[in-house]
Design a protein around this ligand. Structure first.
Ligand SMILES: Nc1ncnc2c1ncn2[C@@H]1O[C@H](COP(=O)(O)OP(=O)(O)OP(=O)(O)O)[C@@H](O)[C@H]1O
Ligand SMILES: [Mg+2]
Length: 636
C-alpha cells in the first residue's frame, strides 16, 4: 500500500530539471495554502519558524533512500535540491542543531516535521506569489474586507451573548453579527494546515465515533496540544498553543470558521453566498444579519462542501454542482458550485433544533392561539374516528416543517407512522415511526430514490399515517391516492401562499393530481413569516376546509382567518363540514365534540401555564390524555 510518506517521496523525486518545488496541491490536496485575505509579510519570527533543514530536505530527494520512516532526519550526503531564489534567503540549520527524536517519538515527530516541511515549501511558493501581487490588487482586496468597512461606521452594540455581539451599524439595513474570528496570517495558516495534516494522521479516532461534540472537541484539543508539546522543532511559543489547537480543532471536528454559528441556538440559518462576501445568518429574534466572517476563495468554501459530501459518500464537482444533504447533527444543508451558482461556491444551512419546538412554543410565539391549537389537535387525532388529511402551505422558511412536526405529535401513539422526506427533518418522539429519506441519482445517474417511489412503497406497508415532508413532484399523486383510498390522517407541506394557490399547484404540472382527487383532502393550513416593527413573526394566517369538488371546481372555505389588526386567528361564520362528518362516523353530539375540544383547551392552558418544555414532556402529556380517555371508555 502506498503510504503518505511514499507519496511524498515520489513527489519530490521528480527530475531536478523540472524543479522540486511543486506548488500545486496535487498529492493530497489537504495542505493547501489558500490565498490569505489580508496579505501580510511574515515577521522575522514567523520566518524563523519555517527554517528548512537542508539535510532532511535533501534526503527527500534521494531516490535510493528506501527507509522512508527515517529518511527525513537522516544525515544524507545526496546532492541538495536547487533552491529557488526566494528560498535562498532562508537560512538552513546545520544538522547537528536538529534535536534527534527519541525512538518512541521518532515516527511521530518525523512525520510532523515532514508535514511542516511540505507546508512551508508550499507556503514559500505562496509567499512568492503574494509579493508579486500588485498594490492595486491589494487595495481591492482590502476594500472587500467587509469587517473593516463596517468598523469605519458608527455602530451600536444591541446585545451580547457568549462571545457573539450584535450591532446596529449606521446606514446599514441589516444588523451585524460579530464573533471572534481567528484570522491567521499566511504563515500561521500554513502551521494550522500542517498541524491538521499531522493530527489527521496521528489521531486514529474517527471524529464521528465520539458522539458528544464537546467531548470530541476536548479530545482533539488535548491531542493537538500533545503534538505541539512534542515537536519543539517547529518553535511554536507556548502562549500560541491555544490559538493553534483551537483553530485546528475547529477545522477537524467541525466546519472551521462557521463553527460558532452552528453552536448558536438562536441562529436559524447560515448562508455562505460566495467568496469575499460576508456570511449571512438568520437570527430567531433579529432576522437576517451580515457577519464579520467571510471566505477568501472558492477553495476555502469548497473545503467545507467537500467535508460534508465526503461524510455522506457524495461528490460535488462541475458535473454534480448541487448537493442536498443532512449534517451529522441533523441540520439541512444545500451546497452549490459553478457552473450552477455562477459567482462561486455557496452553502445554505438550515440549523437543526436539538430541542424542537412544541405546541407550547408556538403558542408562546403566538403563531396560533389555544382554541385553534385545540381544533388542530382534534382534527389530527380525529375524535377516534376520522383523522383529517391536511396540508400546511406557506413560503420558504415560514415554519411549515416545524408546524408539521408539532401537529404530528398529536397523532396517537397506537398509530403506525411512515414519514417520507427529501432531507429528514421531522423529529417525532413517538414509538411506531418508520422514517424514509429520498436520495438523488448517483454519479452514473442510477440509484435515485424519489419521494414518489418512497410514497408508493409506504402504501404497501400498512400505514396508519403517511407524512410527506414536502410535496413537490409526482409524490403528490401517490399521497392523494392514499387519501382517496381510506388512508386517513395523511399530512404534508407544500410551497403556496393561499388555499386557492395550493389547490392550483396540486392540480398543475408537475404534480398533476386529478381535480376529483382533491376531495380526499380535508384542510389546508396557511402559515406565513411576517415582518413587523417588532421583528419577524410566524403566524397561521388562515385555515381552509376543502369540502369537495363540484363541477370540476374544488370548494375551499376559510374557517379561520388571521386578523392583522388584532393579531388574532379568528373563527369565520362558515360552518365546519368536518364536524358533520364526525357525527356520521360516531355517536358524538355537537356538545360532545365541544366538550372534547374544551378538554384540550384546558390541557394546553396547563402546558403553557406550567411552562412545560421539551418535545418528550409535551408528548407524554398529550399521549397521557389519550390513555386517560381510553380508561374511561373501558369503565363505561
Ligand atoms: N412558529 C414559529 N415561530 C418562530 N420560529 C419558527 C416557527 N416555526 C419555525 N420557526 C423557525 O423558522 C425556521 C424555519 O422553519 P421551518 O424549517 O419549519 O420552515 P419551512 O417553512 O419548512 O422552510 P422551508 O420552506 O425551507 O422548508 C426554523 O429555524 C424554525 O426554528
Ligand atoms: Mg420545510
Amino acid at each position: 500500500m502506498t503510504t503518505y510518506i511514499d507519496a511524498l517521496i515520489s513527489k519530490y523525486n521528480k527530475p531536478k530539471s523540472g524543479g522540486p518545488l511543486d506548488s500545486s496541491p496535487s498529492m493530497t490536496g489537504s495542505v493547501q495554502v489558500s490565498k490569505p485575505n489580508t496579505l501580510e509579510t511574515p515577521t522575522p519570527k514567523e520566518i524563523d519558524n519555517f527554517k528548512l533543514s537542508s539535510s532532511s530536505f535533501s534526503s527527500i530527494s534521494n531516490p535510493d533512500n528506501k527507509d522512508t520512516k527515517n529518511s527525513f532526519d537522516a544525515n544524507s550526503n545526496t546532492t541538495p535540491i536547487t533552491k529557488l531564489d526566494f528560498e535562498k534567503s532562508f537560512e538552513t540549520k546545520p544538522t547537528s542543531q536538529i534535536s534527534k527524536p527519541t525512538q518512541e517519538a521518532n515516527n511521530q515527530t518525523g512525520d510532523i516535521n515532514n508535514l511542516f516541511k511540505m507546508a512551508s515549501i508550499k507556503g514559500l511558493v505562496e509567499e512568492k506569489k503574494k509579493t508579486e501581487q500588485t498594490d492595486k490588487q491589494k487595495q481591492a482586496d482590502e476594500q472587500e474586507n467587509f469587517e473593516d468597512y463596517v468598523l469605519t461606521k458608527k455602530s451600536t452594540l444591541i446585545t451580547k451573548f457568549g462571545s457573539a455581539e450584535i450591532y446596529r451599524v449606521e446606514g446599514e439595513q441589516l444588523l451585524y453579527y460579530k464573533i471572534p474570528v481567528p484570522k491567521p496570517n499566511p504563515s500561521q495558516k500554513m502551521i494550522i494546515n500542517s498541524l491538521k495534516e499531522a493530527a489527521t494522521r496521528l489521531i486514529s479516532t474517527d471524529p464521528y465515533k465520539i458522539r458528544d461534540p464537546t467531548q470530541r472537541r476536548n479530545i482533539y484539543y488535548q491531542k493537538i496540544i500533545e503534538i505541539l508539546e512534542n515537536t519543539s522543532e517547529i518553535n511554536i511559543p507556548k502562549h500560541m498553543f491555544d490559538f493553534y489547537a483551537d483553530a485546528v480543532v475547529k477545522e477537524m471536528t467541525g466546519y472551521g470558521i462557521i463553527e460558532p454559528f452552528l453552536q448558536d441556538d438562536k441562529l436559524e440559518e447560515i448562508m455562505i453566498i460566495g467568496p469575499k462576501k460576508p456570511v449571512y445568518v438568520y437570527h430567531q429574534d433579529y432576522g437576517m444579519m451580515t457577519t464579520n466572517v467571510s471566505f477568501y476563495s472558492d477553495d476555502d468554501i469548497g473545503e467545507i462542501v467537500d467535508k460534508i459530501a465526503r461524510t455522506l459518500g457524495r461528490q460535488v464537482d462541475i458535473s454534480n454542482p448541487l448537493l442536498d444533504a443532512r449534517l451529522p447533527d441533523g441540520s439541512r444543508v444545500n451546497a452549490t458550485m459553478p457552473p450552477a451558482s455562477i459567482d462561486g461556491v455557496t452553502i445554505t444551512i438550515r440549523k437543526f433544533k436539538a430541542d424542537p419546538y412544541t405546541i407550547v412554543d408556538l403558542l408562546n410565539y403566538r403563531t396560533l392561539n389555544i382554541e385553534v391549537a385545540s381544533f388542530l389537535w382534534s382534527i389530527v387525532e380525529g375524535f377516534g374516528a376520522k383523522p383529517a388529511n391536511l396540508l400546511i402551505s406557506g413560503g420558504t422558511g415560514s415554519g411549515k416543517t416545524t408546524l408539521l412536526n408539532v401537529l404530528a405529535n398529536f397523532i396517537p401513539e397506537k398509530d403506525r407512522i411512515l414519514t417520507i422526506e427529501d432531507t429528514a427533518e421531522l423529529q417525532l418522539p413517538l414509538k411506531h415511526v418508520i422514517r424514509f429519506e429520498g436520495r438523488p441519482p448517483g454519479v452514473e445517474g442510477k440509484g435515485e430514490l424519489s419521494l414518489e417511489i418512497l410514497t408508493k412503497n409506504t402504501l404497501r406497508m400498512r400505514p396508519d399515517r403517511i407524512i410527506v415532508g414536502e410535496i413537490r413532484h409526482k409524490e403528490a399523486n401517490a399521497l392523494f391516492t392514499a387519501m382517496n383510498t381510506g388512508h386517513d390522517g395523511c399530512m404534508g407541506t407544500i410551497h403556496a401562499n393561499s388555499a386557492r394557490e395550493t389547490l392550483v399547484r396540486i392540480t398543475s404540472p408537475p404534480m398533476n393530481v386529478p381535480i376529483l382527487m382533491l376531495a380526499g383532502l380535508d384542510f389546508i393550513i396557511i402559515q406565513k413569516r411576517l415582518s413587523t416593527p417588532k421583528g419577524q413573526v410566524r403566524r397561521i394566517t388562515a385555515i381552509a376546509e376543502v369540502t369537495g369538488v363540484l363541477d370540476n371546481d374544488p370548494k375551499a372555505n376559510i374557517i379561520f382567518q388571521w386578523n392583522p389588526q388584532t393579531d388574532v386567528l379568528e373563527r369565520t361564520e362558515v360552518p365546519i363540514h368536518y364536524f358533520e362528518l364526525i357525527k356520521t362516523y360516531t355517536n358524538l353530539s355537537d356538545l360532545d365534540i365541544k366538550t372534547k375540544m374544551q378538554e384540550r383547551v384546558d390541557i394546553l392552558n396547563d402546558l403553557v401555564k406550567n411552562k412545560v418544555k421539551g418535545i418528550k414532556n409535551v408528548a407524554n402529556i398529550i399521549q397521557g390524555s389519550y390513555a386517560a380517555s381510553n380508561k374511561m371508555d373501558i369503565k363505561i
